[in-house]
Design a protein around this ligand. Structure first.
Ligand SMILES: NC(=O)c1ccc[n+]([C@@H]2O[C@H](COP(=O)([O-])OP(=O)(O)OC[C@H]3O[C@@H](n4cnc5c(N)ncnc54)[C@H](OP(=O)(O)O)[C@@H]3O)[C@@H](O)[C@H]2O)c1
Length: 237
């Protein structure tokens, strides 16, 4: 029986392309979680808002109904802007509500899913977790400032991934937990900010999805606790 990979945020541009690539390769059973209804044939889908802690019991019991072993998770959910959240250019624009919404989407949706899958992990069985984060969340790498809510929430996600890598590494041995910066990719998230960029500096979701799967597939326990750039380089936290 095939093992399964769970993709969260499966209706986003990168998430959807990752799912399509997994289905095209055919090596794994695909499980998808999204706030929207099922959007792939050939996948098992759960509609859930992972930023809401009340989604946890439904995710757990859905996973318990799967016959396949879970090989890993690729978490693609994230928020930069919506009708209420706009990336800040100055301190005066920073609002508690925007920061809370970014923390909810960019951190809590990852935390809740980790809490929901933890009971599927077995001591000494391999398991991979890859969260799509952003270079902009690296504190060392911050030279431009701005985008307070997004930067702060991605920095918090990065710390969550580092912490999780330590705890799961201690408890389960063969687990690898990492984060990845996908590079600027055509999507609703990047679209308002890339209008004047040269086209060759923006990646298609399909290219990014292949890089995400390459990163996921090559994760070993010794890589746990790392933030990867899309080209495989390690980014300082
Ligand atoms: N595109 C880029 O240039 C770029 C660059 C650096 C990092 N990233 C990161 O890559 C990831 C994917 O981004 P994308 O470009 O594919 O963006 P996207 O098309 O906007 O997809 C983001 C997905 O995140 C989920 N999401 C958004 N708000 C949420 C909320 N409040 N609660 C729970 N889930 C929420 C949604 O998934 P569902 O609709 O399936 O629920 C949404 O479709 C994000 O983490 C982003 O920060 C992207």
């Amino acid at each position: 029986m095939k093992e399964a990979i769970l993709v969260a945020g499966s209706n986003g541009a990168i998430g959807k392309a990752v799912c399509e690539a997994i289905l095209a390769e055919g090596n794994y059973k695909l499980l998808t979680v999204s706030r929207t209804a099922a959007h792939f044939s050939g996948a098992e889908h759960l509609t859930a808002d992972l930023s809401d802690p009340e989604s946890l019991p439904a995710v757990k019991s859905w996973l318990d109904g799967m016959r396949e072993d879970l090989a890993g998770v690729i978490h693609c959910a994230g928020l930069l802007h919506n009708s209420r959240v706009k990336p800040e250019k100055a301190l005066s624009q920073l609002r508690a509500e925007s920061l809370a919404e970014c923390l909810s989407a960019n951190v809590l949706s990852h935390v809740h899913l980790a809490q929901a899958v933890e009971h599927k992990l077995r001591k000494d069985d391999p398991f991979r977790w890859l969260s799509i984060s952003a270079r902009i969340g690296s504190i060392d790498d911050n030279r431009l400032g701005g985008w307070y809510s997004y930067r702060m929430s991605k920095a918090a996600l990065n710390m969550f991934i580092k912490n999780l890598s330590i705890e799961w590494g201690r408890n389960y041995g063969q687990v690898s937990v990492a984060a990845m910066h996908p590079g600027t990719t055509y999507s609703p998230l990047s679209e308002p900010f890339t209008a004047n960029w040269p086209k060759e500096s923006i990646f298609t979701p399909e290219l990014t999805a292949h890089r995400v799967l390459d990163c996921f597939s090559s994760l070993l326990p010794e890589h746990s606790g790392t933030l990867y750039h899309w080209d495989g380089e390690v980014i300082q936290w």
